[in-house]
Each structure stands twice: as C-alpha cells, then as structure tokens.
Design a protein around this ligand. Structure first.
Ligand code: ADP
Length: 646
C-alpha cells in the first residue's frame, strides 16, 4: 500500500491553448488521435526493446504488443502497451509541458491560422481543421475523442504505478495505483458523439490498417491481430521470400493477382538512412487508355505511415514505379506541407532515381527479355527523361531502344551503346532519321548513301524519340545528327557506294556532272525563289533526283513537321534543295537546257520536284499550284505521245 495521495497540477499555458483547439476540432479528423496514440505506444515498445537488448534484468517472455480495447458499456477506448511506461516525474515532464517539437509546430501554425480568421474563432475554428490532421499533435490528440483521459502506467524501472487524469481543461492530477502492469494504458472516456464510432471493432481495425499497418509491433483490436503484414522492407533481402514481395506489391497497388515485372529492394545507412522496395507493374495501364495514373510512393518514418502518395520521391519519367520508402531521418510528425520544405526529400529523390536507372541498366544487361518487356510498356515514359533530367540524361540515353538499319526486322531494336560499338573507327557522328514508319524511312532519299556505304542509321518512327535525341545532342562523345541535315560528316573510310558513282564534294573527290547541269541549278534556283535557302549539287544521293536538306543547326524535318502541326504560327525553316547530277531525269533536263526554249518546262520540273520532296516528308505545299502544274505536265506528256504503232 502506498501512502501518497492524489495531487493536482496545472498545465502549461500553451497546453491549455492546444487542448482547447483539439477538443473543438472537427469530426473528420478525429481518427488521427488513434494513430498518434498507437505511434506513442510503438515508440515506447521500441525503447523497451532496446533496453531489453542491452540490459538482461529487464528481459522477459512477454511479447511486445499494442492493444486497442473498445468498451461500449463503459463508453471507453483503451490503448494498451507493455513498453517502458512512465514514472511520476516523467508524467509531469512529458504530459504536463510541451517539450516536443510536433506540438510546438502545431501551436505556431494554429496561432497563425487564428490570426487570419478572427471571426471563425467562436465556431470551433474552421481553419484548424486542416492543421490537425497534418501535424503530429501527439498525446494531446486524445482529447479530440475524450472528455476525460486516464493514463495508468508503470515504468519498467519501478514497482509503483501511477494514474494520471485530466479532463483537458486546466488541470491534471496524479495518484499512485496499487496494480499496474508495466507500460501504459491510455483510457479514453469517449465524448458523447464519439462513443458509437470508436467502440466499433471494425472501425478501429480500418483505422489501424490505414495508418499503422507498418508499425513494427503487433497491433490488436480486441483479440484480433490487425497489422499482420510484416514490414518486409526492413528485413535483409535474403530473408524476404518471393511470395512476400508479391503480396506486398499487391497490398501497395491493390492489384490483386498481379505479379510485378521487377522489384528493387534498397537499404542505405549513410549519408542517408533509408529502406525501400520499389516495384514495376507488368503492364502500363496508361497505354490501355486508362489516363494518367496518379499514385506516388508510400513514405514512412520509422515504419509509421507519413504519406501514401508522395510524388516528389521520383521524377515524373519514373512515375509508373510503385513502392515504399522508409527513412529514420524523417521526423514522424512531418506533415504534407512541411514535407515540401523538407531537405531530405530531394536527397532521397536523387538517390532513388540513380538506383532505379542503374537497376534498369543492369536488367537490360542481364535479363534482356525482361528489359524488352519493360521498355515496350514504359519506354515511352522513361525516354521523356532525356529532355528534362540533365544530370541523368546519359544514363537514360543508354536505356533507349530504337529501330535501326542494322536489323530491319519489324520490332528489332538496338541501343545507342550497341550502335557505338558497331561504328567505324573514323566515324564521328551517330546518324538517325525520323519518319512516319519503317517502310517510308527505308525509301527516304537521304538514306540511300548510308545504305550504299553500309553506314548504320537509327530509324525513329516516334517524334518523342527524335525530341529525346535532339536534346541529347551527344552520346559517348559522338554527336547525334539527323541525316537530313547539312551537318553530316561521312567517315573517309566509308567504302565507295557500289550502285552509283557518287563522289563526295566535301570529301574532296569531284563528281562529274553532265554539261548544262549548272544551268539546270540556275533555273531551279530562280523558280523556287524564297521557298528554299539554296539549290546545289547533291553530295549524297544515289538514284533519287533531288532531296531537301536542313541547313546547319536547324531541326530535323520530322521535328519541324510535328511542331508545325502543334505550335500555332510555327515557321518551317527554309531548306536546301540538293540535285543529283547522276539521276536520269536531271541528265535529260541538262541536255534540254542548251536551248533557251525549255526554261519554263525545266522551271516547272524544279517546282514539282520540290513539292514531291516535301510530300515525302509528309508536308503539303501550295496544293493548288502543285495540282495545276501536275495537270499541265501530264497534258504535255500526253501531247508528245503518238497513236502510231511503231
Ligand atoms: P511525442 O511523442 O511527439 O514526444 P507526445 O505528446 O505524444 O509527444 O508524448 C509526450 C511524451 O510522453 C513522449 O515523448 C513520451 O515520453 C511520453 N509518452 C507518451 N505516450 C507514452 C506511452 N504510451 N508510453 C510511454 N511514454 C509515453
């Protein structure tokens, strides 16, 4: 029997204010009180576990656990833990003063909110509504649910137990109790309007599942173990079974019966402390018309849920990744708002991004078939990163998979790395060409020379790839160039083409042009006027009569085409018409140019060749004039024909 009697104490002023706010807080936020109390209980169990590990005298066989005991008759909800408990001094110090930062933060914000909303003060503070859920208000949250709170506790170091009681106004009392098990029992004498909800087991179970599944201790509601999902991310990889990875994925994504394509289990101690499991789904629902998926990553601090859809932990081009990140460096009572300013998040994002990209590179190397599946589903999202993530652009570029002239089997792809390995020793540029589909690309006049010289060209049928490569500019020290541009340098070693005698003007070898060729160029130039930047002799055509080349530094034709369709008033840059002296049509025009009478016809041919070249790129110019000219040329051709059978 103890002789000491009940003693009365007065709360610190700030606590009185806090209690006033909490007890008036609105209905929807009240479930967070359970989260706060479970979280305190869990901390207490953590402390005890630590002590038991280091000091043998405090060890026993009782499993550490948290129990929620609702009692509709008594109108109470009791949260029980068998953790460290509190001494009389600790009760005064910890439950009588605001010493911890969570509540202080809350007070500061609440004061700011109040200052801005004088008129709503009396009605229970509308502005506090949002604040309460965001801040870890800690133990005092109990007064959101209860008129009176009792804490029956015994410290692991003491024989005597204590009962702390308060009705949440100004005072609290402490008295000794005879029988108290080690740990703490928080008895909530529920407010009238909270009795119904907070004495229902199923309701309490759903609250525990929502907020406390990851608590590293068993949480019971009555007899039922609610959080029986083990926190597998804190386990060493070798201890986690494939089945566990799978069921955790299903729990996270709510995708029943689905297996992830891959998972990545990370654990780091310094400079950042965190554990994480990241998953890639097997299919991209966005490709199936589901719209953009807005899930983020689950963020935990010491296994307690902080946010279940954090979108700042990975860049947008990895937004398809599901997973959980748990960091002990993150304060437990961090809110969505304060998370945005938290310096840890960008650091975590940087590490996680790097890890995912490195993992993908490894996957591509070691399991090419799985990587191919991944790329088919998520390549379209991933490649967007080249244009936005300057720091990782080379890493992302390595992950790109593109069609290539190296293997034109439909569906075959190559990587930039493989392309570079196959490059000629004196080749300084990586060649690519954009177009609507593989068949058109293979027929593109620009490709002729490359084909004939055995130079590999990447074929980009999706403008997004072209945007990516044009952003990249360089890979492995080699510049990336669209072969319809004037910046092309052919390697000196590229053997002469077999099918024509085309030489290289830039390379020094001269090309024999038929007499009258310069005259043809002159007539073309005059006829085309402002439509082109220049008309000149072709250096890289095999059989086509003409092609259009983009001047140095300008965008590829495909990119310009896409922009002209999407950007209002986008002006296509003027291009250079290159004319092939070896083409039979040009040879004939050169002969015809010797008499001045054919100039109009040659001019029409020039205009028509230009319009046709544009058409090959999918661009229609001057449709009225082009149609007229076509008709005229056909009439002329028809006139020249004869009905006499020879
Ligand atoms: P915080 O948990 O952020 O420190 P709280 O107001 O929730 O703030 O709790 C104040 C202190 O009271 C805690 O730091 C802890 O020392 C003590 N405490 C609260 N709940 C328990 C409990 N179930 N067992 C032991 N100590 C507790």
């Amino acid at each position: 029997m103890t002789t000491a009697t009940r003693e009365e104490f007065t709360f610190q002023t700030e606590i009185k204010q806090l209690l006033n706010i909490l007890s008036h807080s609105l209905y929807q936020n009240r479930e967070i009180a359970v989260r706060e109390l479970v979280s305190n209980a869990s901390d207490s169990l953590n402390k005890l576990r630590h002590i038991q590990l280091s000091e043998a005298e405090y060890r026993d066989d009782a499993p550490l656990k948290i129990t929620l005991l609702p009692d509709a008759t008594a109108k109470t909800l009791t949260i029980v833990d068998n953790g460290v408990g509190l001494t009389r001094e600790e009760l005064i110090e910890n439950l009588g003063t605001i010493a911890h930062s969570g509540s202080l933060d809350f007070m500061k914000k609440a004061a700011e909110a109040k200052a801005g909303t004088h008129d709503s003060d009396s009605s229970g503070n509308k502005s506090d509504l949002s604040l309460i859920g965001q801040f870890g208000v800690g133990f005092y949250a109990a007064f959101m649910l209860a008129d009176t709170v009792e804490v029956i506790t015994r410290s692991y170091r003491e024989e005597t137990g204590w009962k702390w009681t308060s009705d949440g106004t100004g005072q609290y009392s402490i008295e000794p109790v005879d029988e108290a098990p080690r740990g703490a029992q928080i008895v909530l004498h529920l407010k009238e309007d909270a009795i119904d909800e907070f004495t229902k087991e199923y309701r309490l179970e759903s609250i525990v599942r929502r907020y406390s599944t990851f608590v590293p201790h068993a949480v019971y509601v009555g007899e039922k173990h609610v959080n029986n999902q083990p926190p597998i991310w804190v386990e060493p990889k070798s201890q986690v079974t494939p089945e566990q990875y799978k069921s955790f994925y299903q729990w996270l994504t709510h995708h029943a019966n689905e297996e992830p394509l891959w998972h990545l289990h990370l654990s780091a101690d310094s400079p950042l402390q965190f554990q994480s499991i990241l998953y890639c789904p097997p299919v991209n629902l966005e490709l199936q018309g589901f719209g953009r998926l807005e899930h983020g990553l689950t963020l935990c601090a010491k296994r307690i849920l902080v946010q279940d859809d954090n979108k700042d932990l990975l860049p947008d081009y990895l937004h398809f990744v599901y997973g959980l990140v748990d960091s002990a460096d993150l304060p437990l009572n961090v809110s969505r708002e304060t998370l945005q300013d938290n310096r840890l998040i960008p650091k975590l994002r940087k590490v996680l991004t790097k890890k995912v990209l490195d993992y993908l590179a490894e996957l591509a190397e070691e399991q090419p078939a799985t990587y191919a599946k991944f790329y088919e589903q998520f390549g379209m999202v991933l490649r967007g990163g080249v244009g936005v993530d300057f720091e990782n652009r080379e890493k992302i570029a390595r992950l790109l998979r593109l069609a290539s002239s190296h293997d034109v089997t439909p569906g075959a792809t190559t990587s930039l790395g493989e392309y570079v390995k196959r490059m000629r020793e004196d080749q300084t540029q990586i060649y690519y060409l954009g177009g609507p589909d593989l068949a058109s690309l293979l027929r593109n006049p620009h490709y002729e020379t490359f084909r004939d010289r055995g130079l590999e060209v990447l074929f980009l049928t999706d403008p997004v790839d072209e945007f990516a490569l044009s952003h990249l500019q360089e890979f492995d020290g080699k510049s990336l160039v669209s072969i319809d541009s004037a910046d092309i340098q052919l390697p000196a070693s590229a053997e002469s083409p077999s099918s024509s005698t085309t030489g290289e003007e830039q390379g020094g070898s001269s090309q024999i042009a038929p007499a009258g060729f310069d005259r043809v160029l002159e007539i073309f130039r005059q006829a085309l006027g402002e439509r082109v930047q220049d008309v000149r002799k072709a250096t890289r055509l095999a059989t086509s009569p003409v092609c259009l080349v983009n001047p140095q530094g300008s965008m590829s034709s495909q990119l310009q085409k896409v922009l002209s369709q999407t950007v209002k008033d986008f002006n296509l840059s003027r291009r250079i018409l290159e004319v092939n002296p070896q083409a039979p049509l040009i040879g004939r025009l050169a002969t015809l140019s010797s008499s001045g009478t054919n100039d109009d016809f040659i001019a029409d041919c020039g205009l028509q060749l230009y319009a046709s070249a544009m058409l090959l790129d999918g661009l229609v110019v001057e449709p009225d004039l082009t149609a007229d000219r076509m008709r005229k040329l056909m009439e002329e051709a028809a006139d020249k024909r004869t009905v006499i059978i020879t």
